[in-house]
Design a protein around this ligand. Structure first.
Ligand SMILES: [Zn+2]
Length: 549
């Protein structure tokens, strides 16, 4: 969907046309009604954009394309746009239009200027590839590419090359590094990893699968109900009732999509790692639980909110001790750890929730995976990973604000984990409190301040059981806050989760930083609970307690 000033008349005409079409008749399917509502919302937003070029810092050669639409129950509409300038993608040029009854409520964006750079590059694309190649840390696995972009994450947008290198790290993590090379100075001014190995697979070869309900005999989560499919006389780990989300066995390979788990019965695994189906059942259950969490709690229908399931790949690599989301294959991937010598397969509920939430972020705010926005991206995955663990309410994996604690053997004290949300510095690397240099850290450490905010918002300055004075963590209420506010009260997980989800999907954009995250969550809480509500006051107090003022 492109919007140009010259198309204003068409935009208005289509508002009138689609506004009539938007009233669903009894014969119309709900999918058709949703599509009509979406089209009408886009048409109304296009008019508002065209009527307010200054507010969106529009330059003459800017072109906008819609990337997401959210319509609230009360009819408020939020239409998200990406921007190109002279046909070049504009990184950081995205924005969201908020309106009700075709009346503008405002814009969310980080861009602050309609100034645009000249298009003559002093440094060519080939030179940019050489610059980036000098810092790409491993052998590249396919030819690097470059494209011209406008980099607008700084106050003055500049012309740059986006160079992409693919390779495999020593630990078997695939890497898809994006380097932004200033086309004037030749300097690398930003970089992030998109992670990518495989093209989308064809998944199940079954032509007409029917939904079935199986039993997963998991390693981490006990015996659970699994959504599967029946195909002729056999069964497949394809969740027909959740968009066809499928779990594939990589059989220790690191490329391709592996093969979908298939069985002659609808019972999967035997609770032991010696059976290859067992961790498939864990991952399939964790992903289904995450799907249910987003649908039930937030009304989101799958990762892209389009009802489509994703592929999960298990038994990836040899002794691979990580898990990852890849935008390129729209899939999640889980390693086996070292099969429990020191770390179990990474298929536990909060890790599955973490990876799938990366997909949700990429299909909403699309927070760039570097600097402060990258930390907020990581935190979003930890926040929803933890909330999925609470939602699962599984006695084999009691819920907490510790990420990945079930991955480590003999870990009753939760001394081993990936991250501790209530006290990020327990990992030895993540700051508890905000400082202006936070964005220089790895995104898994700059996430800590937002995790910390979220814990304080939901639970208040209350030390979780098992971590208090005299334990290994030795925490006190005073050590949980950065500003001495030990009387900080929590608003509960339900309210906190709804605020973060709304901030992510409605108000954050690709370059949102910590200061803007504070604003986004205050806006979200104001919508949900009111500007002077206890919840909105708690949002402000919790940010202040992690030094974001
Ligand atoms: Zn992550």
């Amino acid at each position: 969907m492109k919007v140009k000033a010259s198309l204003l008349c068409f935009a208005i005409a289509s508002v009138l046309a689609t506004a009539q079409a938007a009233a669903p008749t009894s014969k119309q399917s709900s999918a058709e009604a949703a599509a009509a509502r979406r089209a009408a919302a886009i048409a109304r937003a296009n008019v508002l954009v065209n009527n307010n070029p200054g507010a969106v810092h529009r330059a003459k050669a800017d072109v906008f394309a819609v990337s997401d639409v959210i319509v609230d129950a009360n009819g408020t509409e939020h239409v998200r746009y990406e921007r190109t300038f002279e046909g070049l993608p504009m990184i950081g040029g995205d924005f969201v239009v908020h309106s009700r009854d075709a009346k503008l409520d405002g814009f969310s964006q980080m861009l602050k200027t309609s100034a645009r750079p000249g298009l003559a590059a002093r440094i060519g694309g080939d030179e940019a590839i050489v610059e980036a190649g000098a810092v790409f840390p491993v052998k590249f696995s396919e030819a690097p590419t470059s494209r011209k972009v406008v980099y607008a994450r700084n106050s003055a947008p500049l012309l740059a090359h986006e160079v992409v290198f693919h390779g495999m790290k020593a630990d078997q993590t695939p890497t898809e590094m994006h380097y932004i090379v200033d086309a004037t100075s030749g300097k690398i001014i930003d970089q992030w990893d998109g992670i990518h190995t495989a093209k989308p697979g064809s998944g199940s070869s079954c032509t007409s699968p029917t939904a079935a309900t199986g039993t997963g005999k998991t390693f981490m989560a006990g015996d659970v109900v699994l959504g599967t499919s029946k195909c002729g006389t056999s069964y497949q780990m394809v969740d027909v009732s959740r968009g066809g989300g499928a779990t594939h066995n990589m059989a220790m390979k690191t490329s391709g999509m592996g093969t979908v788990f298939t069985g002659s019965t609808n019972v999967w695994g035997n609770n032991l790692l010696s059976n290859s189906q067992t961790v498939g059942a864990d991952a399939h259950y964790g992903v289904a639980t995450t799907w249910d969490y987003f649908k039930t709690v937030h009304g989101r229908n799958g990762i892209a909110n389009d009802g489509e399931g994703a592929v999960s790949r298990v038994h990836y690599g040899r002794n691979y001790q990580n898990a990852f989301w890849s935008d390129a294959c729209f899939c999640m991937t889980f390693g086996d750890g070292d099969n429990g010598a020191s770390i179990y397969p990474l298929v536990v509920i909060d890790v599955a929730g973490h990876e799938m939430s990366h997909g949700v972020t990429s299909r909403s705010a699309a927070l760039v995976y570097s600097k402060e926005s990258g930390g907020l991206n990581e935190a979003t995955s930890d926040i929803f990973g933890a909330m999925v663990e609470f939602y699962a309410n599984n006695a084999s994996d009691p819920a907490d604000y510790v990420i990945g604690e079930e991955l480590f053997p003999n870990n009753a004290s939760m001394r081993n984990a990936i991250r501790w949300m209530f006290k990020p510095s327990l990992d030895g690397a993540s700051p508890d409190c905000y400082s202006p240099t936070l964005g220089n850290l790895d995104v898994h450490y700059s996430s800590g301040v937002a995790n910390h905010f979220y814990y304080l918002l939901a639970e208040g300055a209350v030390v979780p059981s098992g971590f208090g004075a005299g334990t290994w963590a030795n925490l006190t209420p005073a050590s949980l806050v950065c500003n001495g506010n030990t009387s900080l009260a929590g608003i509960g997980r339900d309210a906190a989760g709804k605020i973060w989800y709304r901030a992510l999907t409605v108000y954050m954009t690709s370059s949102t930083n910590y200061a803007a995250a504070r604003t986004a969550t205050i806006n979200a809480s104001t919508d949900l609970f009111g500007a002077t509500s206890a919840q909105t006051n708690a949002v402000k107090a919790a940010w202040s307690a992690v030094s974001v003022n």
